[in-house]
Design a protein around this ligand. Sequence first.
Ligand code: PEP
Ligand code: MN
Length: 345
Amino acid sequence: MIVMKIGASKQEILEVVQGIEQIGYQAKISKGAQRSVILVHGNIGYIDESYFNKFSGIRNIIHISKRLKLVYKENNGGIDTIVDLGDNIRFGENVSHLIAGPCSVESGDMIMETAGFLRSRGIKLLRGGVFKPRTSPYSFQGLGEKGANYLYDAAKKYDMKIISEAVDEYSLSFLLEFADVIQIGARNMQNYSLLKKCGAINKPVLLKRGFTATLEDLYASLEYILSEGNPNIIVCERGIRVFEGTKQRSIIDLLGVKDFKEESHLPMIIDTSHATRDRSKVPGLSRAAMAFGCDGLMVEVHPDPDKALSDGPQSLSFNDFDQMLIDLTKISSMFGKPLKLFREN
Ligand code: PEP
Ligand code: MN
């Protein structure tokens, strides 16, 4: 809807109408007592409003239909998408899930030990990075292909699902052979060519919100995957940068999670480890996240966090994890989304 300025001339209105028709849309003028409004109709998609900069006489432009389509719940018949990983693990239902594991796979033994511990606690979703997008090129970059093999062996032994991050086309195609869910990390949230590739795979994707991305930016990234044909996306809030940058690494946008869950049909989980650099804050953040409402959590766990090669300070020890799990089991039931654990009797 194009709102003209008060006193816009007939000629100015006519030029806007012609401009609309030139790009294949139809225009309908509605004359008010003070100003005219031009309604733009057509079915060719979203118009970039900079096209109208050349016309004088326009006061402002109001978009009635949205720029994106597939990401919104209202365009999905109001129905939430359920991401089914098999073995009775479905994201987006009335239960929550816990994804856990080390930041990076560091050796065969450490991932085996971590997987064994987690599985004994009923966790079936094992995370572990093998291709690591580190802020410094001098930091540990992950074990790559070798790490993927270690992760695969551990998941196989304990009957767990693998979540691991792809950082480029090569790691994506490599991980397709090993992982059950492909993670795209915060730093690659706007790597549109990688997102398009993720739209063409037949595995679920876990997309993390970039730490400087607005919800609109996140929606656009999701639209890239959805429009290529992959509806199986688990979205992950992992903290956004805020002006309080000295004490907090970032802050979990719980209100954004609520808005997302109302506006989009995709399941959303919260990574409570990456928002902070401090493991003592992870259990509290996790309790808050569960109480506030989301489809699950992701946390980093390490057999010896002080010796971890990446993200040690925020990684929980096995003992920390056990303590946290007791609280999360209670809180998740209290707020109507009981944590789904797979405990063998
Ligand atoms: C990770 O999950 O280890 C990771 C690198 O996360 P993020 O992309 O959220 O920083
Ligand atoms: Mn990490």
